[in-house]
Structure formats: structure tokens, C-alpha cells
Design a binder for this molecule. Structure first.
Ligand code: MV4
Length: 493
């Protein structure tokens, strides 16, 4: 493969092109009118505008993208995440055009795109799953019977859903019929597929996912877990690897289950197998994501494996160059997602111009982003500004490093989730490792950020008062709180 096209934008387009360049592969960017000045466009060897800003007129136009490939002699397409990355029809049309889709085969995408088909495939390998129905259910009487068997509360899930879309909790049997009718009609209108199924509701679970890599020669390995329990309305906020709750035995068991899930759909490439882990450390397979995920960097940091390079090598038909035994966890990595959102205003997107944009750097700090100072954040796409990743020997050091990196990050012009993330990773529940998927709902109210500010300002005021009292004419800011506070004050202006 001498030339690849990246059918994506922003940080992930840049991320993919960097690895391609290191492999001596030429890169082609496709971009929308809104992304004309984006760094990923300038970074590519060639770039083609494929339409207006809205995704359905640009990044989702598979046919147009294939035309570009033909014209420029592209041999492979990397879909990144989102957009066309889990579209089985697109993967098939790439194949039909005689090109290589840098990802799994269409039938693997299709199987895992249906939660019911995914569970049916996994069942053949004895993967632990939450008790519930094996098939789609529409008869309320049957549903009541199932609910009695598995025990309330139950969860109604859309087979075509994912990421929490189309889920409904039922706590009382009297509510079941109405909730089911609603779930079915919601699934029908959102996904064009009204199939729903029932699972026992696991209260207070952790969301732990396993990264896998599979080649075309039957080799499948797991690259350990990512802990993704810290999320807000199904949007991940903090991700880390490894998880502090897994024992080596549980890690191996979950890793082997993830490999089996991959085998169950003849998976090739990089994929992620999602599990819930309950308070007794029982784990249950939920679904498989057949793409490179946003949070893949934490797995790269602890394993030293470049997942994009591996994807490309696998797509070229090469064998994995390492075995399971070669993989070891090295240190600890955290990632936070920096969004142009206002945590004080219900996380409303706060798009606008990045008036100041200065990245943190130094040992163990990685910033995956797709913006430069002075750029506008377009309203048409996800408002993620960047992913801030730290790596250190221990979890404590990775957290301290993240706090430092957040303090070093200077962004003005838009509100961001930096402070919110700083609050989350310093929270006693996070620091102690005792948290679940309800963390944000349980602990976050906007005033926790004001309190953070106030505390910093109080410290600043105390130091200033002390300096004044001792007749010094300079204030030596020895406290990190003071520096943070000064910055925050400047930003408020
Ligand atoms: C569950 C669950 C509890 N019990 N299934 C949400 C996203 C989708 N992938 C599956 N999800 C859940 N499935 C059973 N049987 C709780 C969730 C869930 C959740 C899972 C992972 C991360 C965050 C979550 C937030 C709310 C609910």
C-alpha cells in the first residue's frame, strides 16, 4: 500500500496520517468546506474538498470518496472513528472498488452492529452475558415472563442501538408494557429497526473494554483493558489503562473472552470488546466496536504498540509481529477529552474562535488534537478540541501529571471541559478507584467547579496578604493553586 486516504477529519485524521507517514505511505485528505484551513488538510500529501460542511454532504459521501480514490490512485481507506467507520455497506463498496478497507470485513461490522446478532455469535463461545432474552421480543406477556425470571429492574435495549441509545429501565412490572411500546417505536424511528431485547439491569457497574488486534492468519491478541466508567450521558470523560479493579486473573479471563468475541465474528484489525463489571467482579459482554476508538491512545501508551500501524499492517495482509506473551503492561495512562462545552451551562457546546491555544508538553504528556490557535471550532461536528493523554509509572503519578498538564493547557475564546476533568480526576472517589458509571451523576453539580475556583482564589488571597504583611514587593507564586487561579482570572476577562 503506497497511498491511503483518510475518510475522516480533525485529530483522528492527523493521528492516522502521522503513522502512515512513518511507514512511508502517502496520504490523501478529504475535507468539507468548513475544514479548509484545518491542520489535517495541510498535513496530507494531497487533499480534496468533497462538499459543504454538513457531514451528509461531505464526510458521509462514500461514493464521492471512492471517486477521489480512483482519481488519485489510492490503495487503501482508513475510516477513523464515527462517520463511515462502522458502515458495513461502505466497507463492502470499498472492497468492490478493488481497494483495501483498513478495518474489519463487512460481515464482522454487520454482525456486531446488531446487538442480538453479536450476542448470538458470542454465545457459541461461552462468553459471560447478562441474563435476558436471546431474541427480539415484542409480546408484552412474554416480556413480563422474562422480567419475572431474570428479576427486576430490567433494561430494554434496542438491538440496533449502541452507546446507550434507545435503552429503558423498567423497575415495576406495571410499567413494562408501556416502556416496551415506547422502546420499540423509538428504535423504529431512530434506527429503522424496532427489534428490542431484555437484560437484567446491572446496578452500579464499571464499563471496561478490551482492545484486540486480529490478523488474517488466525492470530488474535488482547492489548489489555481501558476503564471507561467516568462518562456523562454516555459520553466518555476520562479513560485509563489499566483498570485499578482488575486482578491479573480477571484481566486474563476478560482478555480471553474478548479474543473469543473477535473470533466469533471472524474479526480482523483493531477492535474493542465492551464489558460491564459488577461489584462482585462478575463481567458480562455487552457489544463490540468494530473501529479504532477515540480512547485508543491509553492502550498505546501502556503497551508501546502503535495501533494505527498495526491496522495498516493487518490490512496489507501481514501477520502480527508479536504474540500475547510479548505484551506487557508498562505503567499507567490517563486520557481526558477536552470539549468546547460549558460545564456550568449543562455542557452546551461553546463553539467559537480559539483565541489562545497553547498545549501542555513535557515528559509523559501527549496531545492529540486537530486545531491551531486562531482557528474556529466548526458547529457542524463533535465539539472535541483535543485528547490530553498522560503516561507515568504509577496511577498516582499519571493523575498528578494530568493535573499539571491541565494547568499548563491555555485555552481562551471558548469554554472547555478542562476544569471539569481536573475536578473529576482529583475527586476522592476517582483517586481511591471506588467509582462506577454513575460517578458524574452522583457527584457533579456546577458549583463544584466554582468551589474549585474559590479555593484557588482564597489561597491566592492568603499568599498575597502574607506577602503584603511581610513587606515584600514581589509575590513569589510558590503554590500551584495561585498560578491556576491567576490564569483563571485572566481567562474570565
Ligand atoms: C447495561 C447497564 C446495566 N445493565 N446493561 C450503556 C451503553 C451501552 N453500551 C450499554 N449500557 C449499559 N448497559 C445492563 N444489563 C448499564 C449501561 C450503562 C452504561 C454502560 C457503560 C457506560 C456507561 C453507562 C451509563 C449508563 C448505563
Amino acid at each position: 500500500m503506497k497511498k491511503i486516504l483518510v475518510a475522516n477529519r480533525g485529530e483522528i485524521a492527523l493521528r492516522v496520517m502521522r503513522s502512515a507517514k512513518e511507514m512511508g505511505i502517502a496520504t490523501v485528505a478529504v475535507y468539507s468546506e468548513a475544514d479548509r484551513n484545518a491542520p489535517f488538510v495541510a498535513y496530507a500529501d494531497e487533499a480534496v474538498c468533497i462538499g459543504p460542511a454538513p457531514s451528509n454532504q461531505s464526510y458521509l459521501r462514500g461514493e464521492k470518496i471512492l471517486e477521489v480514490c480512483k482519481k488519485l490512485g489510492v490503495e487503501g481507506i482508513h475510516p477513523g472513528y464515527g462517520f463511515l467507520s462502522e458502515n458495513a455497506k461502505f466497507a463492502q463498496s470499498v472492497k468492490d472498488a478493488g481497494l483495501t478497507f483498513i478495518g474489519p470485513d463487512p460481515h464482522s461490522i454487520e454482525t456486531m452492529g446488531s446487538k442480538l446478532a453479536a450476542k448470538a455469535a458470542a454465545r457459541k463461545y461461552n462468553i459471560p452475558m447478562v441474563p435476558g432474552t436471546e431474541d427480539a421480543i415484542s409480546d408484552p406477556e412474554m416480556a413480563k415472563k422474562v422480567a419475572k425470571e431474570v428479576g427486576l429492574p430490567i433494561l430494554i435495549k434496542a438491538s440496533a442501538g449502541g452507546g446507550g441509545k434507545g435503552m429503558r429501565i423498567v423497575e415495576k412490572i406495571e410499567e413494562l408494557e408501556e416502556q416496551m411500546t415506547r422502546a420499540i417505536s423509538e428504535a423504529e424511528s431512530a434506527f429503522g429497526d424496532g427489534s428490542v431485547f431484555i437484560e437484567r439491569y446491572v446496578a452500579g457497574p464499571r464499563h471496561i473494554e478490551i482492545q484486540v488486534l486480529a490478523d488474517r492468519h488466525g492470530n488474535v491478541v488482547y492489548l489489555f483493558e481501558r476503564e471507561c466508567s467516568i462518562q456523562r450521558r454516555h459520553q466518555k470523560v476520562v479513560e485509563e489503562a489499566p483498570s485499578s479493579i482488575l486482578t491479573p486473573e480477571l484481566r486474563e479471563a476478560m482478555g480471553k473472552s474478548a479474543v473469543d468475541v473477535a473470533r466469533s465474528c471472524d474479526y480482523v484489525g483493531a477492535g474493542t470488546v465492551e464489558f460491564l463489571v459488577d461489584e462482585n467482579l462478575n463481567y458480562y459482554f455487552l457489544e463490540m466496536n468494530t473501529r479504532l476508538q477515540v480512547e485508543h491512545p491509553v492502550s498505546e501508551m501502556i503497551t508501546g504498540v502503535d495501533l494505527v500501524k498495526e491496522q495498516i499492517k493487518i490490512a496489507r495482509g501481514e501477520k502480527l509481529s508479536f504474540s500475547q506473551e510479548d505484551l506487557k503492561i508498562n505503567g499507567h495512562s490517563l486520557e481526558i477529552r477536552v470539549y468546547a462545552e460549558d460545564p456550568l451551562n449543562n455542557f452546551l457546546p461553546d463553539i467559537g474562535k480559539l483565541t489562545t491555544y497553547r498545549r501542555p508538553s513535557g515528559p509523559g504528556v501527549r496531545v492529540d488534537d486537530g486545531f491551531e490557535e486562531g482557528m474556529d471550532i466548526p458547529i457542524f461536528y463533535d465539539p472535541m478540541i483535543s485528547k490530553l493523554i498522560t503516561h507515568a509509572k504509577t496511577r498516582e503519578e499519571a493523575i498528578a501529571r494530568m493535573v499539571r498538564a491541565i494547568d499548563d493547557y491555555k485555552i481562551t475564546g471558548v469554554k472547555t471541559t478542562l476544569d471539569f476533568c481536573k475536578w473529576a480526576i482529583q475527586h476522592p472517589a476517582f483517586v481511591s478507584g471506588k467509582f462506577d458509571t454513575h460517578f458524574v451523576k452522583q457527584y457533579f453539580t456546577p458549583d463544584v467547579l466554582n468551589i474549585q475556583d474559590e479555593e484557588a482564589e482564597q489561597v491566592a488571597a492568603l499568599i498575597a496578604a502574607h506577602a503584603f504583611a511581610s513587606q515584600k514587593n514581589t509575590v513569589a507564586p510558590s503554590s500551584p493553586a495561585l498560578k491556576t487561579s491567576n490564569w483563571k482570572k485572566a481567562r474570565l476577562q
